[in-house]
Design a protein around this ligand. Sequence first.
Ligand SMILES: *Cc1c(COP(=O)(O)O)cnc(C)c1O
Length: 376
Amino acid sequence: MVSLERIPVSGPSITEHEVGYVAEAARTAWYSNANAFNERFERAFAAYVGTPHAIALPSCTSAIHLSLLALGVGPGDEVIVPDCTWIASAAPIHYVGATTVFADIDAGTWCLSPSSFEAAITPRTKAVIPVNLYGGMADYDAINRIAARHGVAVVEDAAESIGSRLHGRASGSFGTTGVFSFHGSKTLTTGEGGMLVTADRALHDRIQVLRDHGRQPGDRFFYNTEVGWKYKMSSMQAALGLAQLERIDELVERKRRVFDWYRERLSGLDELQLNHEPQGVLNTYWMVTAILPARVGGKRAAMDALSAAGIDSRPFFHPLSSLPAYAGTPQAGAAAAANTASYRIAPHGVNLPSGLGLSEADVDRVCGVLRGLLER
Ligand SMILES: *Cc1c(COP(=O)(O)O)cnc(C)c1O
């Protein structure tokens, strides 16, 4: 009997290059060298995204939190997020005491719908957090025009989209700030970690104070000018991130190849909707995602069938407004009625194995199960 290994839903590509940098950091990044890898990683990252400033952080969640703090968002303010995203996009709105407003996703890109965003704006709206979901790109031509017209700041959640492009411009460079995640499941990983990029010098300087317990940059007198937060990345993580960034073209190419393997094998299954790559977009397909026809019985049924065949998968993000975390809020109630695309798509979407270690034979196995589901 052949026992097949379980196929994980995600996973990184780590080589001796990364191991060497991390070991070097462990040996050398202390005393006056303590920040050397952080500075190299930040400089290289800013250059890659094409923004003047980058700040390495412990997570993307902290990058969103710092963005909202530095933008002065607080109690009484409203911040708009797409309904379908990981809760980390929205949780920092709660941290700063502001109100979370859920807008719908676009049925094609699965990212924030510009018209739903515009309809959700009120005089209290301070910021919007568009999410480049699963490696796709939100429509920044429309979103940034609407945001500018209403004086709304844009925090671009690029956690899932390093390497993606819109009109040739890098994901993360479209917002007032752009934020990235290097969690173990992401395309570029530091285990846990994040990055904030911005072209706004004043915002950058403010964030440096907020993220270091209210100390001015370069402060050696341990003289806190206000109470702040402690959001820093370790040297070992920065070394890992720098090594990964030096391989980013290879990582992105690998992600795109995995998507092509799926697309070839699933072509002809017209009932299935896969990630969309509209004109002008380069999608890096963080998670290959399939929206299944209703007759399959929903995402849980599909995940169970995959699991029985030794394949791990994840559900398309549930609308945040449908989760117990936001139950009972008037914003969740309004969203459940208004966000028809989110509520139509999310129950039937599954993220398929998309790890960087995935083989073509693994994709054969996954597609075999999907075909079986559809041909039943
Ligand atoms: C992973 C992710 C985050 C959070 O990243 P952390 O580094 O875990 O804080 C935020 N937004 C989206 C869309 C994500 O997928």
